[in-house]
Design a protein around this ligand. Structure first.
Ligand code: UDP
Ligand code: MG
Length: 321
């Protein structure tokens, strides 16, 4: 009974992956075709590749009806490619699985992801066990997630990857996010839902090099940080307050020494420097205040939904009834 089978959509962002896609498809399809209780489809998102990635996707799609492709007009970055995937293709999917095209997300754990989903988890994340990248990237990513979790109200595990399964309900909620600056792991953590995670050993990418340069990762880190936390501006404000307090006390002390005790131990330059520091402190403190305003504006402008309904019970489904 095909009608009862649930539909799982694989969304695969691909940027210059001409040498990986065929192998990705054949290896993943091997696993997927053994899942008899599901209908699976593949949606490749060509993220503005400048090699023959799109031709390869078209070829595979012509031969296999379960393969679809979307081509973005330019390189928008992985987060946007994933967004395009869920907006364009999931109207009828019961779940979506995000996977990288370079086989760093081993297809062999797909059945475990699905198993967790069947147990009732709406978000199933795959976490890598081993260290995968250079020492510097690992240190950088550890530091980034430490700071992000510390200063925003999120709790993202740094070894969590984008290899994950999302239930239909999560997808519906994601469609209501109008914000332009998307950091999937952040948004998904922010949303709540029932989560599970499984671990895997991450192999090296099969062909080509990782396209995430230091600059890309740095930008992603800054964007994610600023869209979830105003801490940097606030810290500036706190420093400003401290500078103001200390320098005004010092200034007061100097004036008392001069006026009350009649001593002239400080030079004019000293008064000038301390007074200047005081003004500088006030400016920094004012920046911190601006952070509070920006915080409010940001919440409004990003237009995130105020809450998300995970389930409903007792409602009449169709208003016409
Ligand atoms: N990717 C993309 N757009 C980009 C960069 C990467 O769609 O601008 C895709 C890429 O094709 C791959 C996945 O995102 O399928 C992960 O990329 P990569 O392997 O370069 O990242 P890493 O494994 O180093 O995190
Ligand atoms: Mg990779």
């Amino acid at each position: 009974m095909t009608e009862n089978k649930r539909l799982i959509t694989f969304i695969i962002p691909a940027y210059n992956e001409e040498s990986n896609i065929r192998r990705f498809y054949s290896e993943t399809n091997k696993i997927v075709s053994s899942l008899n209780n599901y209908i699976c489809e593949f949606v490749f998102i060509d993220d503005g590749s400048n090699d023959s990635t799109w031709q390869v996707i078209k070829e595979i799609s012509d031969l296999n009806s379960i393969v679809k492709g979307i081509r973005l007009s330019r390189n928008f970055g992985k987060e946007m490619a994933l967004t395009a995937g869920i907006i364009e293709w999931t109207k009828s999917s019961d779940a979506v699985i995000f996977m990288d095209a370079d086989l760093q997300h081993p297809p062999s754990i797909i059945p475990s992801l699905i198993q967790q989903w069947e147990l009732g988890f709406q978000i199933v994340t795959a976490q890598r066990k081993s260290i995968r990248y250079s020492m510097w990237r690992e240190i950088g990513s550890n530091f980034f997630f430490f700071m992000l979790n510390r200063f925003s109200k999120l709790n993202i595990q740094h070894k969590a990857t984008d290899f994950r399964l999302l239930d239909r309900k999560v997808l519906e909620a994601l469609q209501t996010f109008p914000e332009r600056n998307r950091f999937f792991r952040g948004i998904i953590d922010w949303m709540g839902f029932e989560k599970a995670s499984i671990t895997f050993d991450s192999p090296d990418r099969i062909n080509g090099a990782s396209t995430f340069s230091f600059k890309n990762l740095f930008n992603l880190a800054i964007n994610s940080f600023t869209s979830f936390s105003l801490m940097p501006l606030r810290i500036t404000g706190y420093i400003g307050l401290a500078v103001t307090t200390i320098s005004s006390l010092l200034f007061l002390y100097m004036i008392i020494i001069h006026l009350v005790l009649g001593l002239t131990i400080f030079t004019k330059l000293a008064y000038f420097v301390v007074f200047n520091t005081l003004l500088f402190g006030i400016v920094l403190a004012a920046l911190g205040l601006i952070a509070l305003y920006i915080g409010n504006i940001h919440t409004e402008v990003s237009g995130r939904p105020l809450y998300i309904v995970q389930d409903r019970v007792g409602f009449i489904k169709n208003n016409l009834l």
